[in-house]
Design a protein around this ligand. Structure first.
Ligand code: GLA
Length: 704
């Protein structure tokens, strides 16, 4: 009893001190306006993730010579090297890293260092066992993996600050260190310890102020779960599947996820403040994971100069590579600027079993897809395949044998080509007329309460994103708080959490002349994950010109949908239906079977100077989404500039008076695309006729 009181007191004190520290840290953490994604010398950063500590010193010269010969000018180093740098507490060894950096510098190669906190040395866990997180089953992690830390542990935060400070101070004047990656691939939630629970309680107290507000915001009258003391708050049960799913309060679950996202940002802020103080010229970034749903990346990116991400598209080639494009558009949307690739597929991937090896031209194809969407740095993971440890089958550009073979040669080819494109690329980015609202709170709300079975937010967004991809239209994925004025068309699918202020922004967007599309489950919940007390679609009813008195999950059944205007044929409503009654809107599509014949499946409404569309079900056929996107683009007066064969992707980078069109063939067979004749392809220098031919995995970069 006494012990737990003491424990709680210490934890609270820690938490208060650390939070105060974080506020101060956050004030000095503002990203530097100088941070350009393009190298200051006009060169793109191209290179590999390199682990000199894995190889004998005699090998380094060969590695670095090969990198130079491939045209590389950057490596990422040291993000898992804490055990080498601080072999025991307070004892630092930098000689090996100094030597590697000096050798890289002599070869014209710069470095991004990682703060090595994602993998703790054995002595840390032995000396301070409380720094290991507790899993959801109540068991503490045993040391021997990575990302096993408790971000609520004051001890771990102190140790992280110490190693960050020691490295920052040591390398502050090292000429070829250009910046830092914080930790490695932040994710969560992962810690169910008592410390984490106390940290959560403290976060709630700071956010809600009084227990009365907490109780109201969480709706704790349900099941009589009133909270009479902050210490009564537990970590809610939020992970589960099926009709009953999880038993925790959904409002508490949303806050638990918000809290877990925030502790990652807080941990990062500690490191960023130290790095900025040591050398304000450094570029600070983090390697995000694209569409990973566990962290609010808008929040995490706020302290960073620029966003980087780790791109490992599946090599099963089972369909179009939509996800890597969508992730890139989100990564660009986080700071509304270009981004870096910090890790990218260099070979067959896997820890226990592995994928196919990239086919000839495929590594190049993966690079161009990202370049086309705004990647201004290209770093392959990893330089050479590890001969030891968990990732022996996650292949690098070089194999276990260390010889520069096919994949190395393809990376060198990409590098040569990129260098020739640099003068054209500088100052360009993707400028989209179309945006998709991408909302982590809706992701998290649906994670513990999807509503209808299979309602996964990212898949819901993908239905529309993929159709835009097929239409060759550039899209920004943006925060629900982002300014919408630059867009002609905004899609806001599955936005289950819709606080009133956000709904009003969508309404204002339409009234000012924008075209909005939204769909099922939008606006069901408020910011606390409590259901709004309004008939659906709530505040959006007027702008959409509809009302929804009933809805239901189809549980494997379907309804036919008819629409002469939209698709002629009969299509299929699956998963879920809203029984939509148009009050002012036109019913563009309707159900073809009792008892839904009088309800609309798709509606369109003129409101103010704009137009608002509603889609009330999930269509089985991609063709529906293609037709819908055509109509939306038409309403929004966004022109289609190209018609693409299946499996060919298009994207445009523009700026500095230039416009570059990228065409990327994801097929293993030749495809051709019709274009206006007389345009120059920059990789070949050829002036094209009215068709451009793309070989298997081929690409073209055309001055448009
Ligand atoms: C992630 C990590 C890397 C490596 C690769 C391959 O992207 O950031 O350290 O583990 O996966 O597994």
């Amino acid at each position: 009893m006494k012990r737990s009181f003491l424990h709680r007191g210490i934890a609270l004190l820690w938490s208060a001190l650390m939070s105060a520290g974080s506020v101060a840290a956050q004030q000095s953490n503002r990203p530097s306006p100088r941070a350009d994604t393009f190298g200051r010398d006009g060169h793109l950063y191209i290179g590999a993730d390199y682990y000199p500590e894995h190889w004998p010193r005699e090998r380094w010269e060969t590695d670095i010579r090969l990198m130079r010969e491939a045209g590389f000018n950057v490596v990422r180093l040291a993000e898992f090297s804490w055990g080498f740098i601080e072999p025991s507490e307070g004892v630092y060894r930098f000689d090996w890293l100094d030597q590697a950096l000096a050798l890289l510098d002599r070869n014209g190669i710069k470095a991004i260092l990682g703060t090595p906190t994602a993998s703790m040395p054995a002595w840390v866990a032995r000396k301070y066992p409380e720094v290991l997180a507790v899993q959801s089953n109540g068991q503490r992690y045993t040391w021997g993996s990575r990302k096993d830390y408790s971000l609520s542990s004051g001890t771990y935060r102190l140790l992280s600050q110490q190693i960050t400070r020691a490295m920052a101070e040591h390398f502050a004047a090292t000429p070829n260190v250009i910046g830092w990656q914080t930790d490695n691939e932040f994710a969560g939630p992962q810690d169910f310890s008592e410390t984490s629970r106390i940290d959560f309680q403290d976060w709630l107290r700071r956010n809600y102020g009084t227990l009365e507000t907490l109780n109201r915001s969480w709706g704790t009258h349900f099941w009589g779960h009133l909270i009479g003391d902050w210490a009564e708050v537990t970590i809610p049960d939020c992970v589960g599947e099926g009709m009953w799913g999880v038993s925790g309060n959904p409002s508490a679950c949303l806050d638990w996820r918000r809290f877990n996202s925030w502790i990652n940002a807080r941990f990062q802020a500690d490191q960023v403040a130290i790095l900025r103080a040591a050398n304000p010229d450094w570029v600070i970034t983090h390697n995000l994971m694209g569409l990973n749903p566990t962290i609010d990346y808008y929040e995490l990116a706020r302290d960073l100069d620029l966003v980087s991400w780790d791109n490992y598209p599946a090599l099963d080639r089972s369909g179009q590579p939509y996800a890597a494009s969508m992730a890139a558009d989100l990564m660009r949307g986080l700071k509304r600027k270009n981004f870096w690739i910090m890790e990218q597929t260099a070979g067959a991937m896997g820890w226990a079993t592995f994928t196919d090896t990239p086919l000839p031209g495929e590594l190049r194809n993966i690079c161009y897809q990202q370049l086309a969407h705004g990647a201004d740095a290209q770093i392959w993971f990893r330089w050479r395949t590890a001969t030891a440890g968990r990732e022996q089958y996650w292949h690098g550009l070089l194999g276990h044998d260390g010889r520069p073979l096919r994949r190395y040669r393809e990376a060198a080819q990409v590098t040569r080509e990129y260098r020739s494109l640099e003068p054209y690329l500088k100052g360009t980015t993707v400028k989209a007329d179309v945006a998709i609202v991408y909302d982590y709170e809706s992701i998290w709300s649906l994670a513990s309460q999807p509503g209808y079975a299979g309602n996964d937010y990212t898949s819901a967004v993908s239905r529309y994103y993929n159709a835009l991809f097929r239409a060759g239209i550039s899209v920004d994925l943006i925060s629900p708080e982002a300014d919408l004025t630059q867009y002609q068309l905004v899609l806001a699918p599955d936005l289950v959490v819709l606080p009133d202020a956000r709904a009003r922004r969508l309404i204002a967007f339409v009234e000012r002349g924008g075209v909005l599309m939204t769909d099922i489950r939008t606006g069901v919940k408020d910011e606390n994950n409590l259901a709004h007390e309004r008939t659906l679609p709530g505040l959006l009813s007027d702008v959409l010109g509809i009302t929804i008195e009933e809805y239901g999950a189809l549980e494997g059944r379907s309804y036919p949908v008819v629409s002469k205007e939209l698709f002629g044929d009969t299509l299929t409503a699956t998963h879920y239906v809203d029984w939509v009654t148009p009050t002012k809107a036109d019913a563009v599509a309707a159900y073809g079977r009792w008892p839904l014949e009088s309800f609309a499946a798709v509606t369109r409404n003129q409101a103010g100077r704009g137009i608002a569309w509603y889609v009330g079900t999930v269509f089985e056929e991609d063709a529906f989404y293609d037709r819908l996107i055509d109509r939306l683009l038409n309403d929004a007066r966004v022109e289609r500039w190209v018609h693409l064969p299946e499996g060919v992707e298009a994207s445009v980078r523009q700026g500095a008076g230039r416009k570059l069109a990228f065409l990327i063939n994801h097929n293993q067979a030749e495809k051709s695309v019709t274009i206006p004749s007389g345009k120059r392809e920059l990789l070949t220098g050829e002036v094209l006729g009215d068709r451009v031919r793309l070989g298997p995995f081929g690409v073209a970069v055309i001055e448009w």
